[in-house]
Design a binder for this molecule. Structure first.
Ligand SMILES: NC(=O)c1ccc[n+]([C@@H]2O[C@H](COP(=O)([O-])OP(=O)(O)OC[C@H]3O[C@@H](n4cnc5c(N)ncnc54)[C@H](OP(=O)(O)O)[C@@H]3O)[C@@H](O)[C@H]2O)c1
Length: 217
């Protein structure tokens, strides 16, 4: 298992539920965590609410200072944000957890993405970064819940750079209960992002925060 001890984690859009949830779990695991936002003030407020030593700053500062950067913004703002941070993110592992989804009366559904998936869109923009797709199916509610000591799910990790996917698998396992499972090349991220629509349907029907487990590995 790759050693990720001490790796600093930056989270773009870390003021949202998903960003704060991941920030909390990684900070509790002992990682330096930098919460990013379009507003330094909002980032600092979010960092205070997360605690455990997390700090907050503007997205660009976080992107340049963190060792590994997670993108946790809505799909709407995804491409433009990454285009503005190409230089800061060059040479880094960038983890995309963005689910391009629409919602209507029938619930959630997957949106078409010209590049194939949000993760491939990130890779198309960030040609100097190592883009990995992961954390799509982790519920922010569960990550934030202090009564949940162990998060019962596998995190599917996809990418074209083996060292980068191994690093992100190890990072996923910093969250107690989680297993990081390699899920294929980035060209297969579309299904993983779209599957979130099914999980949201499951959650609505069964009033749950469902997670996935892969068997026989
Ligand atoms: N929520 C979950 O359970 C969950 C689970 C798995 C994956 N995800 C994925 O994680 C991402 C974030 O989810 P979320 O629920 O945390 O979303 P969110 O609360 O709607 O947004 C997260 C943050 O993104 C920033 N943001 C919003 N619009 C932006 C724009 N146009 N450009 C740049 N930044 C923008 C905002 O921060 P500032 O205003 O402070 O900049 C906001 O606090 C989504 O892509 C989602 O698909 C979510």
């Amino acid at each position: 298992m790759t050693d990720v001890n001490g790796l600093s984690i930056g989270i773009l859009g870390g003021t949202g539920d998903q960003g704060k949830g991941l920030a909390r779990r990684f900070a509790l695991a002992g990682h330096p965590v930098l919460i990013g936002s379009r507003s330094a003030r909002r980032a600092q407020e979010a960092a205070e609410s997360v605690g455990a030593g997390a700090t907050g700053d503007e997205n660009a500062a976080v992107a340049s200072q963190a060792g590994l950067v997670i993108v946790a913004v809505p799909y709407d703002g995804h491409k433009a944000l990454l285009e503005s941070l190409r230089a800061e993110l060059a040479g880094k592992i960038v983890v995309d957890c963005v689910n391009p989804l629409g919602f209507d009366k029938q619930g959630a559904y997957a949106l078409p993405v010209e590049e194939g998936s949000a993760a491939q869109q990130a890779a198309a923009v960030l040609t100097e970064s190592r883009v990995v797709a992961a954390f799509h199916h982790v519920s922010a509610v569960v990550l934030m819940d202090p009564s949940v000591e162990k998060v019962d799910l596998d995190v599917l990790v996809l990418g074209d750079d083996r060292e980068a996917t191994s690093t992100v698998q190890a990072l996923a396992e910093a969250i107690p209960g989680v297993r990081g499972v390699y899920g294929g090349r980035l060209r297969n991220a579309c299904q993983v992002e779209a599957l979130t629509a099914n999980i949201i349907s499951i959650n609505r029907r069964y009033k749950a925060h469902a997670g996935l487990r892969v068997t026989d590995i």
